[in-house]
Design a protein around this ligand. Sequence first.
Ligand code: NGQ
Ligand code: ZN
Length: 463
Amino acid sequence: MTIHKFFAAQALLPGGWAENVLFEVDGSGSFVGVTTNAAPAGTERAKGPVLPGMPNLHSHAFQRAMAGLAEHALPGASGGDSFWTWREVMYRFVAALTPEQVEAIAAQLYVEMLQAGYTAVGEFHYLHHGPDGRAYDDVAEMSRRTIAAAAATGIGITQLPVLYGYGGFGAQKAGEGQRRFLNVPSSLLRIVETLKASHEDDPQVRIGVAPHSLRAVTPETLDEVVKGLTALDATAPIHIHIAEQVKEVEDCLAWCGRRPVEQLMETRAPDARWCLVHATHMSEAETTALAASGAVAGLCPTTEANLGDGLFPAEPYLAAGGRWGIGSDSHISVSPLEELRWFEYGQRLATRRRNVLAGEAAEASVGRRLYTQALAGGAQALGRPIGALEVGRRADLVVLDPDHPEVATLSAERLLDAVVFAGNRNPVRDVMVGGQWVVQEGRHKDEERVQAAYVSAVKQLLS
Ligand code: NGQ
Ligand code: ZN
């Protein structure tokens, strides 16, 4: 097997910044050698400092094309616009989307993700059926579109077909706007099964499942889908939207007497396979319990700000050793650095302090801690061997631009602080996924074609 070798003068390894690192990548796209203090002898050289690529653990790809469509106050809703009115706009937007449009939108999004330094995505995918709610001839038609966009652009993907059965807690009937999302556990598991069969040996793809939220499933259907998935793949990831809105917490309390995180903890005991997306509203006891569970909290700071969700209890959760990662969710922003910045800024604004998430280590770097914890949590949540530059993991990495003002001037210890907090210019120069360069000098090889297809798909959709 041919081994691709390249050399970096500086790279962020699991043990910290290292110098003169020789990377060796096998034909499948995984690291087979990472040697420090090596000689560059004749090998390709990274142009700047190398970081692990960031996993994006939560995406609804189609929402990329909603940018700018939900920032007008709705008539009569002045001051009363909310997550719930945004959701109505979103339902109207998905009503006519075609599989071709979804693929074109996803490809544009994934190119943007790669250019921003995301090298893997978790696609929380619930747009399964045709506009009338009837399944396509291939029940996995829509899922295949996001996986095809990932393959075409080069990003790794964890496809999470969503179980969506009801319109609210206690098996309330789903609304008209939700008709394209609906499945029972057996029909959802058929989608999972067919996707698994198609991608069994592809190291760029993993298949999991996502019960949409405690609003959209019952304890019984949740149980059935988790059992069915486990029979197919005992370690496959399970993601769920959990406690994003205060109304969601109140409705859950009214339904079962427990808060959403509490209810999931009591009834399912989520472990390291689970990712709880938007665990925004938690009591102290829930925060400690989630941190102890080994599950990942899926945080989407820019979308959570955009939707007016509230603030995740980050300080106590991190202090308790809780695992977490980031997602761009509605893609109102597509930048891992901006997600991390706003994760910390939310805490600064709420506590009127600085460097809130720095941790206990002496002279701890906030940027470094946030970046490395988000790598670990993101990799765990996506169920793929990613998130670190070490033997056995996928060769997913970003090379920072040596001519970027901060990269050119700062030492390694300050670099992540600078790129996370100084959001003036994208510092990502080159991006490798699974051993292949997918972005070089800031450009993706298909960016023009992908954008032209996006523009034409969205114009058609909006006309
Ligand atoms: C979604 N998005 O499924 O796209 C949700 C909104 C819901 C976010 N939670 C819909 N950000 O939760 O019912
Ligand atoms: Zn979501």
